[in-house]
Write a protein that binds this ligand. Sequence first.
Ligand code: 8YV
Length: 329
Amino acid sequence: MRSRYLVTTAIPGLGLPLLREAGEVTILPEAPDYETLAALCASGDYDVVLTQLRDVIDAPLLARARIRGVSNFAVGYNNIDLDAATTGGVMVANTPGVLTDATADIALLLILGTARRVVEADRLVREGRFKGWAPELMLGSDVSGAVLGLAGFGRIARAVARRAIGFGLEVIFSPRPPGDRPVSNEELGEFAGRVRQVPWDELVKRSDFLSLHVPLTDRTRHLVDAAVLKRMKPEAILINTARGPVVDEAALVQALANGEIAGAGLDVFEDEPRLAVGLADLPNTVLLPHIGSATVAVRNEMARLSALNAIAIAEGRVPAHAVNPQSWT
Ligand code: 8YV
């Protein structure tokens, strides 16, 4: 029997042609709600589901599901209950690596864009309020010489560090906030002697730019809450290209409105696509619609990887990017 794939949202590039060559492909006409997706997964009509971040694959859905695996079109997989998948023998795969540089570029863009007030400045020009150069027009803050604190030191954080060093920032990091673990020089590799590990609390206090690069887990949900925002410098800027719920967004709005911190550059939101009340009215923010991986080449690669992962799972092979390879042992 040919493999059967359920694709919750059409993917670009070679993704769909690869799947069609390998089996029967069903593409849903619109993003499914939870009940629809749960029923489709329970139907027994599909071997593998190719999901997006907004598709919630939780324990109750997995308990009813009759599928071999889930191929997520993302490097993050916080939409999937991994323990329940592993217990249920459901293989989960993701798309790491291919979006590292693109996402790091967006983090740098947010650092530069918030520091130099690019959105405010652009708006001023478009609205006809640019009346000529002036010594104090649209003054921002310096990036070179500033301290960049990286919360997390995985692939994307390292790619941000590489860029930031080029821009003359001093880079400090905490590898696994709010916890800690020592990172050896060997592990630091090219960064040994060029970046410095500090405890999470010091990272919060010292950073001019605090950039988040942690996965969303029970431990990192609201990692940046009202108390953390209060401990940041008043001139500090928060950058989030990771996951919205890592930040208490309502507390962030308060902190920005009260001048507890100077600005925020966000590519992700706590309850996407909704924004916390008041966030969009704050001038000291740059807000992007989750475009960290949004280049043509990167999305094509994500599509290719997620299709190859799905095909491997359907054919009973452990995929190249298995998140829980132990699920089949
Ligand atoms: C995607 C992402 O745009 O890979 C991730 O974890 O957040 C982004 O690259 C998003 O996941 C699309 O599903």
